[in-house]
Design a protein around this ligand. Structure first.
Ligand code: NAI
Length: 721
């Protein structure tokens, strides 16, 4: 290569003897490339050079020196954009867009050589190239996931994906849900043109394409170009648009999330105007989202919060050892799932139940999940067989020898748990970490069964284990720092997001979700129609209605927990209005989906068919659904979990970042809020307005809404959670 001297800060320039310029994205200050100020000024500088020297250039290859091609927007920078400083940022974005447009209209072929993942801004750069060659690596992913942070592509991603794929495909497959694709799936979708097996092949393919296409331009810059799938005025697209809008409404159910709406508008409005105007339209909708509170909430929790989890915990001299062999006790719903995720992540599993037959039934769960993965092309048969072969089944304790981690998941019964924990400690490795998946029993109490109490810890998974990303790690009174570190390391090994909580009734997640389901049942007692309750829940942004959730959680279990709590608290126990509903439903044999009857009716295949009409006989409707204040019902759901979370922080059960992440990722608190405490932080009018409203809800509905001292103090001092 020659002419290496014109490098800009974040982009290396190399011009070879054939006149091909290779632009290598390589931010010197970061592990990954992002669309930060350095990138933007580097791009402007290299594009200036390209334009100036275009006559002597054959073509351009854009690639990266990092493991990924490009990570996307700089979330820290986006987080800092406010309505006060947005004009400056908008002009930066306008310049970036114009530089990418100058690149694609250079008059020379421009090829993206995608050596790794290109997400968000990374794919936007690639879309501004004329051709995309992707290296087939296991971790490469392509997509425009901005919507998951309450944002949308702002560097031409909407404009170009719509022109490349058509309005419907771009919206449904890329923009509205932020899907991420493997190289081969990205090629099937049409956002990647060629997939190759090595870096050399990638660069060779890029060069070959440059040689074969000296006059390359974007398809939409050619005469006679038509948007794939049809123009907006064509009958086929005209028929699809209302369906897209309706589907979006159905999915969002009225939740206050602006990003999908802005994306839809930018795609549709942008499709009926010329490219330059489409970029302006995109910019307008993008800036509206960048400054929105929802985007701030999502970035705050799902990016910064997630990254800060366990940051304040004691460090160790060396990273804890990897788990090689795990003993899972109980092959029921949870044990089967824990065995699956462990084996999937390379850990040898011994799954123990009362008989080999029962344990084999648990292993069958993995077999089924793996078959689905093979059918979907996500694993080949050999990989699936290897994963399954890691799971051994048994009914005998001696087979658990050498295990370096135990996860106990037998019935929720303290005496039984004590018995199995005592037995297992004798046979596993002498330093094995001893974990329990109990959802309610105090960890310190369970630890009394074992000798090594400092190695005992709660590892609370969520159902279904393969899908739910959270792991609630519970520190008992005697759990050591080392045990905690090992548990966190295990979470990482199996790809779960850990939150750390201290030992108390319901830990964090069960306690807070309990307050939520009780609130819905209290509304039934007040005479509010069940349909209104469900609607208010989904309008608040929860994925499913609360009564539906009660059916899934199972009212028998909720009643059992209530009984234990009441017994545990003795005189201090306060009856909640929801308990009347809970007791009545269980008496009626309608404890939820498992029983085939709950707040909803189910058909013989277990499918939910509708709200049980008999509810009105037991809980007469006294409030006209037409006049009921849905907004207040929604707020009651959001407030009760927020106040309960604030109490958990005050009691030292959980740190605010863990509560935010745990509430969203573990128990379905609406993600647009950024979590149960960020909801308080961002409440319109601030913490003091939140406290005023909580006081009002207390007057209207009871002491459960009463702000705790910590919350009042923070409201007074203006200290956010
Ligand atoms: P499950 O009833 O589906 O399974 C329990 C299994 O333990 C059964 O297969 C049973 O045969 C087995 N078992 C009983 N005695 C045993 C023994 N001596 N040795 C080995 N296995 C024995 O229960 P599930 O739902 O899997 O729950 C297990 C634990 O996980 C409980 O502590 C529960 O509270 C907790 N949990 C449950 C969640 C859920 O959504 N179901 C969520 C999080 C935690």
């Amino acid at each position: 290569m020659t002419d290496v001297g014109r490098t800009a800060e974040s982009i290396r320039w190399e011009l070879d003897d054939e006149g091909v310029v290779t632009l290598t994205l390589d931010d010197p200050t970061q592990r990954v490339n992002t669309m930060n100020a350095s990138f933007r000024s580097s791009l402007a500088s290299v594009v200036d050079q390209l334009v100036e020297r275009a006559p002597s250039i054959t073509g351009v290859i854009v690639t990266s020196a990092k493991e990924t091609f490009f990570a996307g927007g700089d979330l820290g920078e986006l987080y800092r954009v406010t309505s006060e400083n947005s004009a400056e940022f908008a002009s930066e974005i306008a310049r970036l867009k114009s530089d990418l447009c100058r690149l694609e209209t250079l008059g020379k072929p421009v090829v993206a050589a995608l050596n790794g993942a290109a997400l968000g801004g990374g794919l936007e750069i690639a879309l501004a190239c004329h051709y995309r060659v992707a290296l087939d690596t296991a971790r490469s992913r392509f997509g425009l996931p901005e919507v998951t942070f309450g944002l949308m592509p702002g560097a031409g991603g909407v404009v170009r994906s719509v022109r490349l794929l058509g309005v419907e495909k771009a919206l449904a497959s890329l923009l509205l849900q932020g899907q991420q694709y493997t190289p081969s799936d990205a090629a099937s979708l049409g956002i990647v043109d060629q997939v190759v097996g090595s870096s050399e092949m990638m660069l060779a393919a890029a060069r070959a394409w440059i040689v074969a296409n000296p006059d390359a331009v974007q398809s939409w810059d050619r005469r006679g170009y038509r948007i794939p799938g049809g123009e907006l005025s064509s009958p086929s697209i005209a028929a699809i648009l209302p369906i897209l809008t309706a589907n979006l409404r159905k999915r969002l159910k009225g939740a206050p999330v602006p990003a999908p709406h802005n994306i839809l508008c930018a795609a549709v409005e942008g499709a009926i105007v010329d490219v330059d105007t489409a970029h302006d339209v995109e910019a307008k909708y993008f800036m509206n989202l960048v400054t929105s509170q929802v985007a701030k909430n999502l970035i705050h929790t799902m990016w910064f919060g997630r990254r800060s989890l366990s940051a304040g915990l004691p460090g160790g001299a060396a990273p804890p050892p990897m788990v090689n062999r795990i003993a899972v006790l109980g092959a029921g719903m949870m044990g089967a799932g824990i065995a699956y995720v462990s084996a999937y992540n390379g850990i040898e599993v011994v799954l123990k139940d009362v008989s080999v037959e029962v344990a084999e039934r648990g292993k069958e769960y993995s077999r089924r999940l793996l078959a689905t993965q093979v059918a979907r092309g996500m694993l080949d048969q050999g990989q699936a067989d290897a994963i399954l072969a890691r799971i051994a089944t048994t009914s005998d304790y001696p087979d658990l020898e050498r295990s370096d981690l135990v996860v106990e998941a037998v019935f929720e019964n303290q005496a039984l748990k004590h018995e199995v924990l005592r037995s297992v400690e004798q046979v596993v490795a002498a330093n094995a970490l001893l974990g329990s998946n109990t959802s309610t029993l105090p960890i310190t109490g369970l630890a009394t069964a074992v000798n090594r109490k400092s190695d005992f810890i709660g590892l609370h998974f969520f159902s279904p284990v393969d899908k739910m990303p959270l792991l609630e790690i519970v520190r008992g009174e005697q759990t050591s720092d080392d045990a905690l570190r090992r548990a966190l390391h295990f979470a990482k090994q199996i790809g779960k997001t850990p939150i750390v909580v201290s030992d108390s009734r319901g830990f964090y997640t069960s306690r807070v979700i309990g307050s939520f389901v009780y609130e819905a049942m209290a509304m039934l007692v007040e005479g509010i129609s069940p349909a209104s309750i469900e609607q208010a829940t989904t309008q608040a942004g929860y994925r499913v209605g609360t009564l539906q959730l009660c059916d899934e959680l199972n009212l028998d279990l909720l009643l059992e927990i209530r009984n234990e709590t009441r017994e545990g608290q003795g005189e201090a126990y306060h009856r909640h209005p929801a308990e009347t509903v809970l007791e009545r439903m269980v008496d009626l044999g309608r404890s939820g989906r498992l029983a085939g009857a709950g707040f909803f009716d189910y058909d013989s295949a277990g499918k939910r068919v509708g709200l049980w009409p008999g509810l009105s006989a037991h809980f007469p409707m006294r409030r006209d659904p037409a006049t009921v204040d849905l907004k207040e019902l929604s707020e009651r759901m959001l407030f009760i979990e927020a106040v309960e979370s604030s109490r958990c922080v005050e009691e030292g059960i959980i740190a605010p970042a863990d509560a935010n992440v745990g509430s969203v990722v573990g128990i379905g608190y609406p993600s647009w809020t950024g979590g149960a405490l960020q909801y308080i932080n961002a409440y319109p009018g601030g913490l003091s307005a939140f406290v005023d409203r909580a006081d009002e809800l207390t007057r209207r509905h009871g002491h459960r809404f009463e702000p705790n001292l910590l919350l009042r103090n923070r409201a007074a001092s203006g200290d956010l959670f």
